[in-house]
Design a binder for this molecule. Structure first.
Ligand code: SF4
Ligand code: F3S
Length: 106
């Protein structure tokens, strides 16, 4: 399973959703998650993310491991997103900012 991690928060470029063959991205207010029950490990979404937010759960950085459970939890609550949309106007300035998990809107 692949997992969306912290750097997606407030960047939310949505390029990832266009390539997923099984439509497993789910959309929240300022973050996306992957439904772990749907992901087929195709890896196509990984290079699409401009901010490198998507990892295999086997290779996820240690300090991001809590995002595995968070993706599973939020995927049950959030709707499917199938098409790319414009990112937030200030997306670029949030790339790489530490501690963004406090900004996650559910
Ligand atoms: Fe979709 Fe493939 Fe990414 Fe899984 S790895 S979320 S199936 S594009
Ligand atoms: Fe987020 Fe990257 Fe997709 S910023 S919305 S995981 S393209």
């Amino acid at each position: 399973t692949y997992v969306v991690t912290e750097n997606c928060i407030k960047c939310k470029y949505t390029d990832c959703v266009e390539v997923c063959p099984v439509d497993c991205f789910r959309e929240g207010p300022n973050f996306l998650v992957i439904d772990p029950d749907e992901c087929i490990d195709c890896t196509l979404c990984v290079p699409e993310c401009p901010v490198g937010a998507i990892f295999s759960e086997d290779e996820i950085p240690e300090e991001q491991r809590d995002f595995i459970a968070l993706n599973a939890e939020l995927a049950r609550a959030w709707p499917v997103i199938l098409e790319k949309k414009d990112p937030p106007a200030d997306a670029a300035q949030w790339d790489g900012v530490k501690g963004k998990r406090d900004q996650l809107e559910k």
